[in-house]
Each structure stands twice: as structure tokens, then as C-alpha cells.
Design a protein around this ligand. Structure first.
Ligand code: BES
Ligand code: MG
Ligand code: ZN
Length: 488
């Protein structure tokens, strides 16, 4: 079930080969294929293969298999595209009936460390399938992969390989958590996964059970969670590496951990409830980052992972529209809609981060359908009180190949979440700008002196559509961006 990747300087006698090439390199590539050169160029002619991005051309001889894979023009290439090409290759093997045990991948000669890293991440990413509940398992076998690329020496190759594998282990851990069915992945189960992470070096984990949550006054989490027989948990992970006398910058990563969002008493219609097991994808992302960190073991960082975990259910004990909730911050929240629950549990986690006196915080949450209306299913929205921080995160998202777009915290919309009987209401008077008013609700709880960004991942965290480079379901969105941001 693993990929074993090595580096080679030269093209060998192949069984299975994927040859990745630019549009401009078709002629040059064909010329390297001595005996089959003529056959190959005829085929290219016949099929009008141009080498466009993700265009492929397969060529079979009696015992060999060759596939040309286009990546388009060099000037249009991006980390996102390179990642997708890598993932496309392994994902197409996972999806095929071919029993490929070893293959060779020829990369464009201009690939340097950055390109190689993104490509390898793609290979590991595509070699994933959540088939736990399938009687017929997917074609996820061990594969030996030989990468042909001269420009990188062995030591560097090894380093890049290890890094990419560690990062994607984190991403695929997130996918596993998010794909798991909600009957199994309860707040308690999520907490036990977090506890497991603390067996690793430099990683610790505190779990607050429902008693502790109440005792500490985390009433946001308690009120949202009390409607379910699966009791809520608060998870506090820390990754802290040794450093002699050096004061470390403290960063908090906060993830929404709604293990199921039925909407609560403001129950969702059937069609909207489906897939709501993914409402803990923010938490999943934070845990994926910790998985990656604990494998990479970077020095001189201190990261706090804060996860409010609960299940939003209707029932005799459920919180109600009209309730007023006073959480850890002491600020009162008028409950308008129990389906706007993410912001209620996050308010406690944000106040907890304030009290930790962190130097910066980033929260990730599948917070609003409105964000998907604004940006579509593949792009996350980001909101921030710090220009410097948000610019850095967006830069990281570009290097990581994940799409994040900034949306405004619009003061003109702020009155729509003013409440008559409490300090703030959990759902605005208008549905226009729903992603923004949700973000501004969170902002109400953030200590103004702390740089903070909120990333709404409702769209990109989960994909129902069939694409040729990624398995449907959880995507692990955000892990690669955050790892890049942490500069580990
Ligand atoms: N978990 C949902 C948001 C969501 C919707 C995530 C679709 C992924 C896909 C969230 O808790 C929610 O229900 N939000 C409401 C807020 C509204 C009641 C103010 C929404 O977006 O409709
Ligand atoms: Mg430990
Ligand atoms: Zn909801």
C-alpha cells in the first residue's frame, strides 16, 4: 500500500513509463525513443496530441506501456498544476485495472527542487482511496517508482522525498478523519486520535471532557454539544521543539470540529444534511498539520492546535433558537439559528487562544454555504485583521497549490449581527454576505492586538464531483498551505 520512490539519472528499459513533457518538447521527446520513434510520431499525428495540460497519450507494445503526459506551456505552469499532474499519474493507476508494480516517470529537465517537491506530493496524494467500507478494495498496491531527473543530486532528492511524504501523510490523515462515517468519528473518537499524536516526540495533548468543558465555562461548546448523546470534547495539541533560551513565537491553529452537523433544532433539509460528516474538516486539517509536524520534527517552533469538537443534533437537550449563550469570553450570544453552530463553538476556542497570549492565530472552518456561493467549490475564503498575515498565507497557498481568496470584513454589514437582547446574534438579519457576517462574528471574540485570519473551507474541503486526479470525498485542504506557512 505504499510508493517506493527512487531517483535515476538515466532512462532504463521500461515496462511502464509516464513521460511528462511541455508542449514545446514533443519533437525532442519522440527523438529519444529510438526503435519506436516512427510508431510514436504516427500516433501523435493520428490523435493530434499537443501536450496540453493533463492531455495524455498511451502507447502499448506487447510488453511495455508508455504514456505521454502534457503539462502545457512553461509560462503557464504553477505549483497547483504540477501537483495535479503527479496526482493524476498515481490516481489513474489506482483507478485502472492494470496491475502496475513498477514504473518509471521521466520529468522535464528544467524541474528543480520546488517543482520536484510539488510533483512528489502529487504522486503520494493520488495514491489514496477510502475503501474501508467497500468489499471490493481499490487497486492500491505497492508500487516502485523510479524518477528520471538529472538536475537534482541524491542527497537533495532524498530530502525532498522525505519532506513530501511527511506532508502528504498529514494530508491523507486529514482525509481519513473527514471521510470516516459520523457514527464512528464522534468527538470522543476525534480526541482519541489527537491523544495518539501526542505519543510522538515534541507533541503533547490535553483533552477536556464535557465536565471540564462546563467547569471552565466553555458554554458555547457545551450548548451546541449537549443535544447529542455523543458528548463534546475540547482538544489542545501542542508541538513545541527544543531551543536553547530562544523565545519561540506562539501560533494557534484553530479547527472547527463538528463531527456531524444536522443543523440541530433548526434542522437541515435532507439534501443539505448529506455530507455534513465533513463539518470537522477544519479540525481534520489542524490534526493533519500536527501529523506532518510530528513526522518532520522541525526546530524552533511552537504551535497550538485548538479543536472544539461536538455533534450538532436535535433532541430534548438540544440548545434552541432564542437561547442566550454566555461562553468563555463572557460575551453573550443570542441564538437565532442552531445551524450557525460553528461560530458558537469557535468563539470559545478563540477566547482560549487569547488567554494563551499567542502571537498569531489562524482558524479553519467549514463555516458557511455562503462562502461556496461566493467563490465556488474549489476556493477557500480568507478574512483577516492583519494585512501582513493574510498576504503571507495567500503567498503560501500559491506555493502549496491550494486556492484561497481574500474577502472583506465589511463594517457596513456589522449591524446585521447586532442583537437586541444580547451582545451579538449568531445569524445575521440578511443572508447576503453570509460568509462575511460569519467571519465578523468570529472577529468579535478575537483580541484586537493579535493578528488573526479565518479561512472558510466549506467548498474545497470535500468534493463530490468525479475528477481524474483526486478521489471523491475529503481533500485534506489546508494542510499543505499551513505547512508552507510555518516554514518547516
Ligand atoms: N456546516 C455548515 C456550513 C456548510 C454548508 C459547510 C455547506 C459545507 C457545505 C454551517 O454550520 C451552516 O449550517 N451554516 C449556515 C449558516 C446560516 C444558518 C447562518 C449556512 O451556511 O447556511
Ligand atoms: Mg509526546
Ligand atoms: Zn451548521
Amino acid at each position: 500500500m505504499a510508493l517506493y520512490i527512487t531517483n535515476n539519472n538515466n532512462i532504463s528499459n521500461f515496462d511502464s513509463r509516464f513521460h511528462v513533457l511541455l508542449k514545446s518538447e514533443i519533437k525532442k521527446t519522440v527523438n529519444t525513443y529510438g526503435t519506436i520513434k516512427k510508431l510514436l510520431s504516427d500516433l501523435i499525428e493520428r490523435d493530434k496530441f499537443e501536450g496540453n495540460f493533463q492531455e495524455s497519450l498511451a502507447f502499448n507494445t506487447s510488453n511495455d506501456y508508455l504514456s505521454l503526459i502534457g503539462i502545457g506551456d512553461k509560462k503557464d505552469l504553477s505549483p497547483e498544476k504540477i501537483f495535479k499532474i503527479g496526482s493524476f499519474i498515481t490516481y489513474s493507476i489506482v483507478n485502472s485495472k492494470k496491475n502496475i508494480k513498477s514504473l518509471e516517470i521521466v520529468l522535464p529537465t528544467f524541474f528543480k527542487a520546488k517543482e520536484l517537491e510539488k510533483f512528489l506530493m502529487g504522486l503520494f496524494y493520488g495514491h489514496y482511496y477510502f475503501d474501508k467500507y467497500k468489499t471490493k478494495k481499490s487497486n492500491l498496491t505497492d508500487i516502485n517508482v523510479s524518477i528520471v531527473l538529472k538536475s537534482i543530486n541524491r542527497t537533495n532528492f532524498k530530502k525532498i522525498l522525505t519532506k513530501s511524504q511527511n506532508v502528504i501523510n498529514g494530508v491523507n490523515f486529514t482525509r481519513l478523519l473527514v471521510n470516516e462515517q459520523p457514527e464512528i468519528l464522534t468527538p470522543i473518537k476525534l480526541a482519541s486520535y489527537a491523544k495518539n499524536l501526542s505519543k510522538r516526540k515534541n507533541t503533547t495533548c490535553d483533552i477536556f471532557d464535557e465536565k471540564e468543558i462546563k467547569k471552565r465555562g466553555m458554554s458555547g461548546i457545551w450548548n451546541v454539544g449537549k443535544g447529542s448523546s455523543n458528548m463534546p470534547r475540547f482538544i489542545h495539541l501542542v508541538y513545541k521543539s527544543r531551543s536553547k533560551g530562544k523565545k519561540l513565537k506562539k501560533i494557534a491553529l484553530i479547527g472547527k470540529g463538528m463531527t456531524y452537523d444536522s443543523g440541530g433544532l433548526s434542522l437541515k433539509p435532507a439534501d443539505f444534511m448529506l455530507t455534513m460528516k465533513m463539518d470537522m474538516a477544519g479540525a481534520g486539517c489542524v490534526m493533519g498539520v500536527f501529523e506532518a509536524l510530528s513526522l518532520i520534527q522541525p526546530k524552533n517552533i511552537e504551535v497550538h492546535g485548538l479543536i472544539p469538537a461536538a455533534e450538532n443534533m436535535p433532541g430534548p437537550d438540544a440548545y434552541r433558537p432564542d437561547d442566550v449563550v454566555v461562553g468563555l469570553s463572557g460575551k453573550s450570544i443570542e441564538v437565532i439559528n442552531t445551524d450557525a453552530e460553528g461560530r458558537v463553538i469557535l468563539s470559545d476556542a478563540i477566547e482560549y487562544a487569547n488567554r494563551l497570549k499567542v502571537d498569531e492565530m489562524i482558524d479553519l472552518a467549514t463555516l458557511t454555504g455562503a462562502c461556496m456561493v461566493a467563490l465556488g467549490s474549489y476556493t477557500a475564503g480568507i478574512f483577516s485583521n492583519s494585512k501582513k498575515q493574510v498576504d503571507k498565507i495567500i503567498q503560501s497557498s500559491i506555493s502549496a497549490g491550494e486556492k484561497i481568496w481574500e474577502l472583506p470584513l465589511d463594517e457596513e454589514l456589522r449591524p446585521s449581527i447586532d442583537s437586541i437582547i444580547a451582545d451579538i446574534r449568531n445569524s445575521a438579519t440578511t443572508r447576503y454576505g453570509g460568509a462575511i457576517t460569519a467571519a465578523m462574528f468570529l472577529q468579535h471574540f478575537v483580541d484586537k492586538s493579535i493578528p488573526w485570519s479565518h479561512i472558510d473551507i466549506a467548498g474545497p474541503a470535500y468534493t463530490e464531483s468525479k475528477r481524474n486526479w483526486v478521489a471523491p470525498g475529503a481533500t485534506g485542504f489546508g494542510v499543505m498551505t499551513l505547512i508552507d506557512y510555518l516554514k518547516v
